[in-house]
Write a protein that binds this ligand. Structure first.
Ligand code: SAH
Length: 506
């Protein structure tokens, strides 16, 4: 029997901002069994890829140069013939100078079913993020997208720059940076006004975006002076002159700031997305990961007597998720918790997670730290009260000690642990030059210092440290780090507010 043949989706990754991936593209990435990445503009989508998918980097195959187009075509065919659901992720739109057509033909020839998911092309998006509309009423009624990759000084150049010079609309040149001078010369020779506005936008839509606006004649020198290189989109036409009035990117409060997120990958996305929306360049540096503890005698005992607890204390979203996962393993769920039990959540995110599982928290302290729970209990007599504290291995003892001091019969159960992760050296290097380092737990501070040296010394002292609260700050200070910013409300939104206030003041 032959293996069932797989399927390939040629998916446009968009121009760089992960928010510009299509809904269909995201669905496909989430369920892909193999993903073939491009050299440019696809790495930012790795967090959306099904974690068990096989990753093939067509841009840099192990120990080799980039795959040739033939090798890429063959890779797609081979993966599909293994019966896999394959996503071929391509920067921008697959069919705009993406060689997607060649891949489609190769798949058709091999009898492999495929689909095409268009993407937002950099030729429109990079100008848009620079405040340049490619068409504009009374200014430009057409736009032409052309490759500058052909050598404009050779006879072999298929691009007729003199004809393009006379097309009245906007001219968008991709892959043109290496030959910018030659292109400008030929356009001017062909009749484009030398003083027509022209712009180059490098790394458009990403936090590294940089742009220069000049005239057709002066753009090559302006680009050289600013040190702009590939990848960049060049826009020639009067619309380039609108960027001053239409531009919006630099208005965002964290524009130009590099911010490191040290949370575990699985938890980083909310914070990262908020930071990116505020204009920050986000470096995800997951220094820990959350490893569930799937079974233990304590967990068995907890599940067996879940209905007996009079108080159930959760100190993290992870704790909530793992509690219900373990209960489910034992054929139980929220209904097994006594309706008379007081459910305690350390803060609003934990409360929300509990609520989502059908348990309404009866107590959320004013201060979202373990001590806050003891304060909220206000020295209440808990003699003989059975209390479940379900949390991470290695948590601080204060909460359990405090509850015992009130007379409670505390059953502490460890549901997960945080393990050290080793982020790629490339990301560590980016972290060293960050403007802000964010820490949401003591465990991430410790691991960060392990990775980057005492006091986080290897950060070259530039990054301002933002901590979620006093416990995290204390750990940071013990390990020799200065903490410049501490959230007043010990939540992710609170941390964001504190960072924003600091950025606005600094
Ligand atoms: N299929 C892609 C284009 C691939 S050709 C698309 O639709 O966007 C590669 C060229 O695209 C680069 O040389 C550069 O000119 C342009 N490019 C891609 N991403 C870019 C970005 N984020 N900012 C500016 N130019 C980009």
């Amino acid at each position: 029997m032959s293996t069932p043949v797989g399927h390939v989706a040629l998916v446009g990754a968009g121009p760089g901002d992960p928010g510009l991936l299509t809904v269909r593209g995201r669905e496909l990435l989430g369920s892909a069994e193999a993903v073939v990445l491009d050299r440019l503009g696809t790495a930012q989508l790795i967090p959306f890829i099904n974690p068990s998918a096989r990753l093939v980097d067509a841009g840099k195959a192990p120990g080799r140069q980039a795959l040739t187009q033939d090798q890429t075509n063959r890779t797609l065919v081979d993966l599909a013939r293994e019966g896999l659901r394959v996503v071929r992720l391509k920067g921008g739109d697959p069919f705009v100078f993406g060689r997607g057509g060649e891949e489609a033909i190769a798949l058709r020839d091999a009898g492999i079913p495929y689909e095409v998911v268009p993407g937002i092309t950099s030729s429109i998006a990079a100008p848009a993020y620079a405040g340049i509309p490619v068409t504009h009423r009374a200014v430009a009624t057409s736009f032409t997208v052309v490759t500058g990759h052909e050598d404009p000084t050779k006879d072999g150049d298929q691009t007729d720059w003199e004809v393009l010079a006379r097309v009245p609309g906007t001219l968008v040149v991709l892959m043109g940076m290496g030959r910018l001078q030659g292109i400008a010369d030929r356009l001017i020779a062909g009749g484009r006004p030398a003083d027509q506005p022209a712009a180059a936008v490098q790394w458009g839509t990403t936090p590294r975006q940089r742009q220069v606006v000049a005239t057709l004649a002066t753009l090559p020198a302006a680009v050289a002076e600013a040190g702009l290189g590939n990848p960049a989109v060049v826009v020639i036409g009067d619309v380039a002159g609108l960027s001053g009035s239409v531009g919006w990117l630099g208005d965002r409060p964290l524009a130009g700031r590099r911010v490191v997120v040290t949370r575990a990958r699985a938890q980083a996305s909310g914070l990262s997305a908020s930071l990116a929306r505020l204009g920050a360049e986000v470096v995800e540096l997951p220094v820990i990961r959350v490893a569930p503890i799937a079974s233990s005698p304590d967990i068995d005992a907890m599940a067996a007597r879940i209905g007996e607890y009079r108080m159930v204390v959760l100190t993290s979203v992870n704790g909530v998720e793992q509690l219900f996962a373990r209960l489910r393993d034992h054929g139980r769920d929220a209904r097994s918790i006594s309706p008379d039990a007081l459910a305690v959540a350390i803060g609003p995110a934990t409360a929300e997670a509990l609520d989502a599982h059908g348990v309404v928290p009866g107590l959320v302290p004013e201060r979202f730290v373990a001590e806050g729970i003891l304060e909220a209990l206000g020295g209440r007599d808990l003699t003989g009260v059975t209390v479940l504290v379900a949390r991470a291995r290695g948590s601080r003892p204060e909460l359990v000690d405090g509850l015992r001091a009130l007379g409670a019969d505390v059953h502490e159960v460890h549901l997960y642990e945080t393990l050290a992760e080793a982020p790629p050296e490339q990301e560590l290097e980016r972290a060293r030059d960050a403007d802000y380092l964010t820490f949401t737990a003591s465990s991430t501070v410790r691991r960060f210092v392990d990775l980057l040296g005492p006091g986080g010394a290897a950060t070259r002292g530039r990054g301002r440290v933002v901590s979620i609260g006093p416990v995290t700050s204390a750990t940071a200070r013990e390990l020799g780090m200065d903490v410049q910013v501490e959230a007043a409300e010990h939540t992710i939104p609170g941390l964001l507010d504190a960072l924003l206030a600091d950025a606005a003041g600094g």
